[in-house]
Write a protein that binds this ligand. Structure first.
Ligand SMILES: Cc1cc2nc3c(=O)[nH]c(=O)nc-3n(C[C@H](O)[C@H](O)[C@H](O)COP(=O)(O)OP(=O)(O)OC[C@H]3O[C@@H](n4cnc5c(N)ncnc54)[C@H](O)[C@@H]3O)c2cc1C
Length: 338
């Protein structure tokens, strides 16, 4: 395990910010991870666990040690005529996993195609897209308990998955490092999920009437490529804010003033489309220096080149304030601000 000093972080995250970390190490095994955590440098400096860096915003240079988790490997645990159980280590790339599953005709993850990031991070915010969430195919995960170095298994209930949320973002925050995730996939007779409007439309455009998982993956990739900026070209971290959940009473008040408001039921409450709120507050396509709001998707804050973390955060704060003033709704960041 090599510890580098003053390491350039731009290649390790998707916002394109030229931040540096005081120390940096990449770990390829649980032993290396334990070694990094036991390093005397951490007596005086903080540390940050990093996966693919697609959900972090560095406000400044990082004053401690960035530990990039690159523990690779996957193992088929069980195959029956109906199901497959697959264990995947934290450092594996998420979309390469989805591609591998689709190629093997294992169903369940295809709607989550093209989400950037690593497998080990996917349970953190219960990644979701196009009508499916990670929890739908999740069996269990293994995590290192930082305080005592023990490896603990968490089942689905213990992970307490919610909308872009889990135990690991709440009580478990900063206490565990996810090492592997085990998925329950379908082997044959896949039940595909095409309920999401844009997905349905894309399948029609593709001329597919009875879609299989390969078609779903292709349709999801087409839709995502057409509406989301590619971080390799324009820095971004996907949706900057979560969709806010409000009471039914609050929704009724808002809906009376804005009948065209985009909203979905969420248990007893109502989930509002944050992108719609931001767009209606006039931010879509807005640009302030190199910090901007994407012209196709108002939920995505972008770095056109040389914006700093502070520039992007300042823009995010202005958006939050203006949405609050116009609608009385709080927007919460989905991105992890470091
Ligand atoms: C273009 C684009 C589109 C996106 N679309 C979606 C989408 O459709 N749906 C969705 O849900 N998300 C989406 N995202 C967000 C992002 O891809 C996911 O949140 C992804 O799971 C982040 O993975 P990562 O490895 O890059 O995380 P990182 O950014 O590296 O880390 C995120 C957080 O998790 C912590 N962390 C990282 N690894 C571990 C670990 N092994 N154990 C414990 N903590 C850890 C980090 O400290 C940090 O706080 C999108 C992002 C981009 C750039």
């Amino acid at each position: 395990m090599e510890i580098k000093e003053n390491h350039f972080l731009k290649p390790h995250h998707t916002f394109g910010i030229p931040a540096y970390s005081r120390f940096f190490t990449e770990v390829h095994s649980v032993e290396e991870l334990q070694q990094a955590l036991a390093d005397p440098l951490l007596e005086k400096h903080p540390y940050l666990i990093l996966g693919g860096g697609s959900n972090v915003l560095f406000q400044n240079d990082y004053p401690g040690m960035v530990i990039k988790v690159s523990i690779m490997g996957r193992e088929v645990l069980e195959v029956t005529p109906e199901t497959v159980r697959l264990k995947v280590n934290a450092g594996e790339d998420w979309d390469q996993l989805v591609e591998y599953c689709v190629e093997n005709n294992w169903g369940g993850l295809e709607n989550l195609s093209l989400i950037p990031g690593n497998v080990g991070t996917s349970p953190m915010q219960n990644i979701g897209a196009y009508g499916v969430e990670l929890k739908d195919c999740f069996q269990e995960l293994e995590a290192l308990e930082i305080s005592n170095g023990k490896i603990r298994t968490f089942n689905k209930k213990e992970c307490r998955f919610g909308y872009r949320d889990s135990f690991f973002k709440k009580e478990g925050k900063g206490k565990y490092i996810i090492l592997s995730v085990t998925f329950n996939l379908t082997a044959n007779h896949h039940k595909v999920n095409t309920r999401y409007g844009q997905l349905e439309e894309e399948l029609k455009t593709m001329g597919i009437h009875k879609p299989g998982i390969t078609h779903i993956r292709q349709a999801v990739c087409n839709v995502r490529r057409s509406k989301l900026p590619d971080p390799a070209l324009i820095g971004n971290a996907g949706s900057f804010f979560k969709n806010p959940v409000v009471s039914f009473q609050k929704f009724r008040e808002l809906n009376a003033a804005y009948p065209e408001m985009v909203a979905y039921p969420d248990g007893k409450d109502i989930k509002l489309a944050a992108g719609w709120l931001i767009e209606k507050a006039g931010w879509k396509g807005y640009r302030e220096g190199d910090a901007g709001v994407h012209y196709k998707q108002a939920l995505v804050i972008v770095n056109y080149g040389n914006a700093s973390g502070k520039d992007l955060l300042s823009l995010a704060n202005k958006i939050q304030k203006s949405v609050h003033e116009k609608f009385g709704v709080e927007l919460e960041a989905e991105v992890n601000i470091v």
